[in-house]
Write a protein that binds this ligand. Structure first.
Ligand code: PEP
Ligand code: MG
Length: 906
């Protein structure tokens, strides 16, 4: 069985085998070779060998194949391994199926021994040879022999100091020879052996180490974060070295075939003359541009021949791979070599632009364009932005307070508020606010909602703040550990900077930077076109690309996409983003507004039914207005309205001040409020007196809400609209609960319909959000028009803890392998997902046409959407800003089911 594939001189044994077998790098090298692009010869050991090595197998099984590939490589390179006259030097590199930048190990200049270094010196000069030997000793010493790298760095520093030079470039050949001597000494001391002086021993040491680097901690963490399976393994490519550090006609560089930030169709990249690849990455010298820019320093101007060759390569690669490529090249004495090509990483802007441009250029079709854009990338297109120049200037002025994890993309600036109450109060005065907390909890929701941005100093990407911010579409940074919140002094601090509550800060949720002061922001271009109407569609290339991708997506998806929206404004945004209806209108959110909350509290504190009805009568017209506004926005699209869900204590004040104020407003004693709040309080997970239970004990609340809905629907019909309300009962766990409330809804609806003298079509359904409901779905469905899975509560109850706990123990759980990943961040198939599948199947057993949707957070999560598509749901519902994400994800789910490849650029 063949496991080692040679490439060189225009012939590649592995051409067409692809990344699965050869890894990204190996596949790229094989394809480029087959295309006739200049690539130094070499061979690739396939990924399956890595899996064997991980299981403890020795490399003996591939020895004969590697030996014969080496003979071929010597022939193609016209150099010999270990030959003192004409030595072959190689690089040994990792390359997994999907790129894992910098996670695994690489060794360059392998083959340099005490003998061959002399041969290299005779051909290319002493300085060059000793510099290569030094680099090799350091890399090999670190990666294979596990000698701490800083020991080599120390030796180099000492020699530089003794010679009085500061730059590597100023070291003479003799200095470098001295460093080599010291490095060899370090290896001897550290390992008890001489540095291996046999090139074959070096080679096998390197191959083994690169395979083993698949299992290092960095690589494992990266795989976990990017959902790369552990058993994929890495390939290893061994390739003849070419040298970009052979004087001024040599160079090394990187290039993108299109601009990875904007997607513009222009060559983009940089290079360093007289340097090796690592020098570009190390950032010690400032790289120069590829394209002529009048500076006289560009590649185009300084090495026009190599530049022209590179342009040809660019065109051929794009034709072959039909995607934007990210290249590494080396120029050795004016001759161009390609060392790597892969699909380039890109911003969301570039992703949509490149995909649509490539359709126009005939390189790909619309279906492939849809598969090329990651749904999450669209979020970037909607986020507000800072002015780049202004931000750079602020950093230069030393206004960078710290950095955290970017958890909600976009730009936000506002005055610092250290508590949710302050945030609400300040926002109430029309001031933009950034809420800064150590971490957030559900009590902070109102403050988070009021804030333009959220910053926490603790917690990770799955913390409460991150999850909630994502749902709200808020700009958010979490875990900015250098910043401390000092509540006593009402300020935040980092090493040298501080800012007080009320001062301005600016946070960039795309990069994680926190800056002191006010930077100007503006809505994204797409938003300016779609929602604000301040830019005309024809004037925005980004918007055009965005809409085309979504139109292509819509034509290919089976799942419907609705939005969770509680206000007419949210409904409007949802509609403009293409929502086909509302999947969840949480009516309680309408209760919180300052004017209304008083009436709501009055209702809760009422002693008699008559008092309660009187309070409800005040709320009715307000809810009716909201519903009418939503119907006006949505026209004949379905609107699912959920009757009151949370326990009543959530509407009562929590702190003494508000309690006192409420007591005065309502003319009752503060003790009464305290006592009632306490009596009603539910703790997480909240299962008791709420949702349908509350509807059964206090039917007058639901009666009022149903009346408000149907009066609004009647009003909408009189305006010539065709509203399509769907009444949803929350938290049902037993058929009896649903049946009882269905009757209540129908009776209340009938009354209003009779009063109005109109035919108002409607549906009555339920949320499936407690595990029992999923299991009893075949009973609940009997008399039910639709199901909508509430995966928020379902997740909480399936796991037995709530999202509020996420910041505290979940990261530990995941790190220690108790859970494979955050159950709240994506729907796992063997827990909540299983309940969704069971609930859907059992419901449809008794009612084959039962309409089934999902309205929990997972409705906007691309990986969960793929699962919902698979189990046959009818639609997903997500927050308005995630509607485009869901439309695209739903299309990609359909395409994946048809087995069209999805993007490899993720
Ligand atoms: C749910 O539980 O998934 C849901 C949508 O309801 P809420 O988040 O309001 O509990
Ligand atoms: Mg719920």
């Amino acid at each position: 069985m063949k496991r080692v594939y040679s490439f060189g001189n225009g012939v590649a044994e592995g051409a067409g085998l692809g990344k699965e077998t050869l890894g990204g790098k190996g596949a790229g090298l094989a394809e480029m070779t087959a295309l006739g692009i200049p690539v130094p010869p070499g061979f690739t050991i396939e990924t399956s060998v890595c899996a064997d090595v991980s299981r403890g197998a020795s490399l003996d099984g591939i020895r004969p194949e590697v030996e014969s590939a080496l003979v071929k490589l010597e022939h193609d390179a016209d150099k010999h391994f270990g030959d003192p006259e004409n030595p072959l030097l190689v690089s040994v590199r990792s390359g997994a199926r999907s790129s894992m930048p910098g996670m695994m190990d690489t060794i360059l200049n392998l083959g340099l021994t005490s003998r061959t270094v002399k041969g290299l010196a005779a051909r290319s000069g002493d300085r060059f040879a000793f510099d290569c030997r030094r680099r090799f000793l350091e890399m090999y010493g670190d990666v294979v022999l596990r000698v701490p790298r800083h020991e080599f760095e120390k030796a180099m520093k000492e020699v530089k100091k003794a010679r009085g030079v500061s730059s590597d470039a100023d070291l003479s050949a003799a200095d470098l020879a001295e460093i080599v001597r010291r490095d060899e000494q370090i290896v001897r001391q550290r390992t008890g052996h001489d540095f291996p002086d046999d090139p074959r021993e070096q080679l096998w040491g390197a191959i083994g180490a690169v395979f083993r680097s698949w299992e290092n901690e960095r690589a494992k963490t990266y795989r976990k974060l990017h959902h790369i399976p552990d058993d994929w393994g890495t390939a290893v490519s061994v390739q003849a070295m070419v040298f970009g550090n052979r004087g001024e006609t040599s160079a090394t560089g990187v290039a993108f075939t299109r601009d990875p930030a904007s997607g513009e169709r222009k060559f983009y990249g940089e290079f360093l003359p007289n340097a090796q690849g690592e020098d570009v990455v190390a950032g010690l010298r400032t790289p120069r541009p590829l394209n002529a820019d009048g500076s006289g320093l560009s590649l185009e101007e300084t090495m026009p021949r190599a530049y022209a060759d590179l342009q040809l390569v660019r065109e051929r690669l794009e034709k072959r791979f039909r995607d934007m490529q990210d290249l590494e090249f080396t120029i050795e004495e004016d001759k161009l070599y390609l060392l790597q090509t892969r699909n380039g990483k890109r911003t969301g802007f570039a992703a949509v632009r490149i995909a649509t441009d490539m359709v126009d250029e005939g390189l790909i079709d619309a279906e492939e364009a849809v598969a090329r854009v990651e749904p999450e990338q669209l979020v970037q297109l909607l986020a507000p932005i800072f002015d780049g120049k202004e931000k750079d200037a602020a950093v230069k002025q030393g206004r960078l307070l710290g950095k955290g994890l970017p958890a909600g993309p976009g730009a936000a600036c506002g005055r610092i508020a250290l508590t949710a109450e302050r945030a609400v109060a300040m926002a109430g005065k029309g001031e933009p606010v950034v809420l800064v907390r150590e971490e957030t909890s559900p009590e902070d929701i109102a403050g988070m909602h009021a804030a333009a941005g959220i910053l926490t100093t603790r917690g990770g990407a799955t913390s409460h703040a991150a999850v909630v911010a994502r749902g709200m579409g808020r700009t958010c940074i979490v875990g900015a550990g250098e910043i401390t919140v000092d509540h006593a002094h009402k300020e935040i601090r980092s090493k040298s900077l501080k800012a007080a509550e009320g001062d301005w800060i600016s946070i960039d949720g795309t990069t994680g930077e926190v800056l002191i002061g006010k930077l100007s922001t503006r809505p994204s271009e797409v938003l300016q076109v779609t929602i604000e109407g301040t830019i005309k569609p024809e004037d925005s290339a980004v918007h055009r690309a965005f809409t085309r991708i979504l139109e292509w997506a819509d034509a290919r998806r089976r799942l419907g996409v609705r939005a969770n929206a509680d206000t007419p404004n949210d409904a409007r945004i949802a509609r403009l983003f293409g929502a086909e209806g509302i999947g969840l209108c949480r009516t309680e959110h309408m209760f919180f507004e300052a004017r209304r909350i008083v009436a709501v509290r009055e209702m809760i504190l009422a002693e008699t039914l008559a008092e309660r009805r009187a309070a409800l009568a005040k709320i009715l017209p307000m809810q009716r207005e909201d519903f009418l506004g939503i119907f006006r926005e949505m026209g004949d699209r379905p609107v699912t309205i959920r009757l009151l869900d949370p326990p009543l204590h959530e509407f009562l004040p929590h702190d003494d001040d508000t309690m006192q104020k409420t007591a005065t407003e309502l003319g009752v004693s503060i003790e009464k409020i305290r006592e009632r709040t306490h009596a009603l309080k539910e703790t997480n997970p909240m299962l008791g007196h709420r949702g349908c239970r509350l509807g059964i004990t206090n039917p007058e609340i639901y009666e009022m809400q149903v009346r408000a809905i149907f009066e609004a629907a009647a009003a909408a019909m009189r305006e010539g609209l065709h509203p399509n309300p769907e009444i949803m009962i929350p938290l049902v766990g037993a058929r009896g609960e649903f049946e009882r409330l269905r009757v209540l809804v129908e009776d209340s609806a009938k009354k209003v319909i009779a009063e109005a003298g109109l035919e108002i079509p409607y549906k009555v359904g339920t949320m499936i959000e407690v595990p029992r409901a999923a299991l009893r779905a075949n009973r609940i469905a009997l008399n039910c028009d639709f199901f909508s899975f509430g995966t928020n509560d379902l997740t909480q109850m399936t796991y037995g803890y709530s999202r509020d706990d996420v910041g505290t123990f979940l990261p530990v759980y995941i790190a220690e392998g108790i859970l494979p990943e955050d159950p709240f961040s994506s729907l796992d198939q063997y827990g909540v997902g299983e309940l969704v599948a069971i609930g859907t199947r059992r419901g449809r057993e008794v009612k084959p046409k039962l309409k089934v949707g999902i309205c929990g957070e997972h409705g906007g999560d691309p990986r969960s959407i793929e699962f919902f598509n698979h189990v046959g749901l009818d639609y997903v519902s997500c927050s308005p800003f995630r509607v485009p994400v869901a439309r695209l994800a739903a299309a990609r789910a359909s395409l994946a089911e048809k087995n069209v490849g999805t993007s490899s650029t993720a």
